[in-house]
Design a protein around this ligand. Structure first.
Ligand code: MN
Length: 141
């Protein structure tokens, strides 16, 4: 079954381009045009992961994530911040607010793809980790 990803972005061209990438990677995509719409959609049907633009009309991405993190039912949903503001300290500030990851625009699709894969399959990551310990770690005799 396809994993459902929510994209919230007020710029139509950016949102649609992003949606095309995600669909081509095998995800089911739902789109919101502003923060308020994103919050309503996430609350009514929590996605496997959400991508939130920061600067949006009605409600900023930062306020959406703050609200999600206060709701026990939604606090586990991975949320990636998408922002044009690439300033020193942004990453720490956004992670403190409750974002799981942070990417600055313009997005590199390959980096996004890798991060999404990692956030969506924690169990696979753990298995890889164990496999690494079992076979690849240097041995001392
Ligand atoms: Mn925006």
């Amino acid at each position: 079954m396809k994993k459902r990803i929510l994209i919230a972005e007020d710029d139509d061209a950016s949102r649609e381009l992003l949606a095309e990438h995600l669909a081509s990677w095998g995800y089911e995509v739902v789109q919101a045009q502003d923060g308020k719409e994103a919050l309503a959609m996430i609350c009514s049907s929590p996605p496997a992961l959400a991508l939130l633009d920061i600067q949006m009309p009605n409600m900023h991405g930062t306020d959406v994530v703050k609200t999600l993190r206060q709701d026990a039912r939604l606090s586990h949903v991975p949320v990636i911040a998408l922002t044009a503001l690439a300033m020193r300290g942004d990453r720490e500030r956004l992670l403190d607010l409750g974002f799981t990851e942070y990417l600055s625009k313009p997005l590199d699709p390959q980096i996004l793809k890798r991060i999404m894969k990692r956030l969506l399959s924690p169990s696979e990551k753990e298995e890889e980790h164990h496999a690494c310990h079992d076979s690849d770690a240097p041995r001392i005799n």
